[in-house]
Design a binder for this molecule. Structure first.
Ligand SMILES: N#Cc1c(-c2ccc3ccn(Cc4ccccn4)c3c2)n[nH]c1N
Length: 246
């Protein structure tokens, strides 16, 4: 997979050279290209923003540098086009489902906005020749798109074949196929500062362990994300419910 990221702070994306994504890049599973939007400005101050039409606070990113950046990294007459992801608080939610969808793409491009966002015409212009998704990583406001790109690239890269050691673990994670939150995990020592590992996990009885883990996932989901439980018929008994969640 090729990844292009355009930002006025490309150094923010240096984290893509670290850990899992960095390893994927070094092994050739990811081909990451970072671009400085100001390389497509032509004035002395390398201006990328201007005041908003219609008034209002803050500044808006000018369309011209973005148009030239997109033309440079994905020429209109090129053999293929990337799927363009534009992080924005006004975007569709970024979900595990969308992460899987993006992981199947051969080429992703990310446009990191700043200020109050990117002139809306840029997405319209790009959509003339490439798929454009305006995406939000959550219901809170950041100062720009770089953090969102780091989140999305990590969530996507780890789904690529060969990137994580044990692909089977993907199926058991929170927000994986079954829609439940992940069960609590434990490792040695069996007793630690007055807290013991649940006996069932030391029993070696894989059927009981699976049952306990599923029940813990349902309990956690009911307590923390009841919205996800709607798809499940599992209900906690009154007695279970009264115990609450430890
Ligand atoms: N994804 C995502 C985001 C963002 C995000 C993404 C890109 C930009 C480019 C500028 N800003 C600042 C800003 C503040 C206020 C109104 C508009 N824009 C961004 C914020 N905030 N929260 C999320 N979940």
């Amino acid at each position: 997979m090729r990844l292009d990221v355009v930002s006025i702070f490309p150094e923010y994306l240096a984290a893509l050279d670290v850990s899992l994504v960095g390893k994927a890049a070094k092994s050739g599973l990811l081909d990451v290209h970072l671009h400085d939007l100001r390389d497509w400005t032509h004035d002395r101050h390398r201006t990328v923003d201007d005041t908003p039409y219609g008034g209002g606070a803050g500044m808006v990113m000018k369309p011209e540098p973005w148009g030239q950046a997109l033309d440079a990294l994905a020429p209109a007459d090129g053999p293929t086009q990337p799927r363009l992801i534009v992080p924005t608080p006004a975007g569709r939610p970024f979900t595990q489902e969308l992460a899987y969808e993006l992981a199947a793409e051969p080429w992703l491009a990310f446009a990191c906005g700043r200020y109050e966002g990117i002139d809306a015409r840029v997405a319209s212009y790009a959509a003339e020749r490439m798929r454009v998704d305006e995406v939000s990583i959550g219901d809170y406001v950041l100062n720009g798109g770089e953090v969102a790109v780091l989140v999305m690239v990590e969530a996507v890269a780890r789904l690529l074949p060969g990137v994580i050691g044990n692909p089977e673990s993907l199926a058991e994670e929170s927000h994986s196929g079954d829609g439940l939150l992940e069960y609590p995990v434990y490792t040695k020592p069996p007793a630690w500062r007055g807290y013991d590992v649940p006996e069932v996990l030391l029993s070696g009885n894989h059927g009981l362990i699976a049952e306990w883990r599923h029940e813990q996932s349902v309990r956690r989901t009911a307590e923390r994300r009841p919205d996800l439980l709607a798809a499940w018929g599992d209900v906690l008994s009154d007695q279970d419910g009264a115990e609450g969640v430890r």
